[in-house]
Design a binder for this molecule. Structure first.
Ligand code: NAD
Ligand code: ZN
Length: 344
């Protein structure tokens, strides 16, 4: 089969012919219908410090997928050939303390699909059946694929169980996940969604997803805009989805007292923060967000998409054959894309 492989420890991916795998115990073989490129795949492509410390070539990259089951491994129950599935990326052990107390998403022995295990940039892929999520047959494979990052946004938005109806929410970072969050927040009844980025292309995508106020943080002072837009009070909820220390610090300044912050962004370096004023005196509620609740977040994600409460499709900006993957990765590096679909 055709596969995009990180074949040696250097920049790039190689389109290769590899042997089609067969499913082992507890595994499914899927025919990949659509995959989407994530920031993690870009790190693997670019071979940055994180990737070179973590990835052991050869590895088939990619983890966001919509695929059809073609074969069931030994002992697999509850799945049938022909079903359209998505994949939860955190491959959990089911045995550690966190798995046993219901925190499978932060499994102590977690393996990341497409990072520690071969992934989905290929014609076929092996998926642990416990990580497969079934979709309705009529769902578009590319929508099945983007449910994974969409789930990050769902987790971040709903984690506090606080009142979102009529709330003013600040999102920093209009990457695909920040854009999904805008649609989810509006579906949850948020009055005003303010989103910042430093890239106008991406802010326009956020507008298509329902953002009310766009802030280019290179030109405008985020705190001033949020204060102006919230009658001086500040944001009720703040979602950090940029992985930028400036965005985190400005966002905390723009949060109202007793507000809630969800931090999803991954920061390249430790972040200097005014904890006393930004969090303590503010009586802020802080949530670090890792992955998706397994499978609570997936259930919520399917409901939002299947009931058409959120249409995620504006975030998908490009579609390529897997043969033209380099074009897709270049667009992402240049910040001129939302989600990019690759079809094997
Ligand atoms: P992305 O990299 O596509 O988007 C991040 C956006 O932030 C970009 O559009 C960038 O221009 C913008 N940005 C950079 N500096 C900014 C600033 N100062 N102010 C405002 N915006 C700024 O990422 P994504 O795929 O949408 O993911 C969002 C974040 O979540 C990333 O940091 C990613 O690494 C992280 N992530 C975390 C998890 C988790 O489980 N915690 C899972 C997936 C992704
Ligand atoms: Zn575990």
């Amino acid at each position: 089969m055709k596969a995009l492989v990180k074949s040696s420890p250097k920049r790039g991916l190689e389109l290769m012919d590899v042997e089609t795998p067969s499913p082992g115990k507890g595994e499914l073989l899927i025919k990949v219908k659509a995959t989407t490129i994530c920031g993690t795949d870009l790190h693997i492509f670019e071979w940055n410090d994180w990737a070179s410390g973590r990835i052991k070539p050869p590895l088939i990259a990619g983890h966001e997928v919509g695929g059809e089951i073609v074969e069931l491994g030994e002992g697999v129950q509850g799945f049938e050939k022909g079903e359209l599935i998505s994949v939860e990326t955190h491959v959990y052990c089911n045995e550690c303390f966190q798995c046993r107390i219901g925190n499978k998403h932060i499994c102590e022995n977690v393996k990341i699909f497409g990072v520690d295990l071969n992934g989905v940039f290929a014609e076929y892929a092996i998926v642990p059946a416990q990580n497969a999520w079934k979709n309705p047959k009529q769902m578009k494979p590319e929508i099945a694929s983007i449910q994974e990052p969409f789930g990050n946004a769902v987790h971040s938005v709903f984690v506090g169980n606080d009142q979102l109806e009529d709330s003013n929410v600040l999102v920093t970072g209009a990457g695909p996940i920040g854009c999904f969050a805008c649609g989810i927040l509006k579906a949850a009844g948020a009055k005003k969604v303010i989103i910042s980025d430093i890239n106008d292309y991406r802010l326009e995508l956020a507008a298509k997803m329902g953002a009310d106020v766009l802030v280019n943080a290179s030109n405008e002072k985020l705190v001033d805009v949020v204060k102006r837009e919230t009658a001086g009070r500040g944001a009720d909820v703040f979602l950090e989805m940029a992985g930028s220390s400036a965005a985190l610090s400005d966002g905390l300044n723009a949060l109202r007292p007793a507000g809630r912050v969800s931090i999803l962004g991954i920061f390249a370096k430790p972040v200097p923060l005014d904890v006393t004023n930004g969090l303590v005196f503010k009586y802020a509620k802080v949530f670090g967000i890792n992955g998706r609740l397994i499978f609570g977040t997936w259930k919520k994600t399917s409901e939002l998409i299947e009931k058409k409460l959120v249409d995620p499709s504006p975030v998908i900006t490009h579609r390529f054959s897997m043969d033209d993957f380099e074009e897709g990765f270049s667009l992402l590096e240049e910040g001129r894309a939302g989600k990019i679909v690759l079809v094997p």
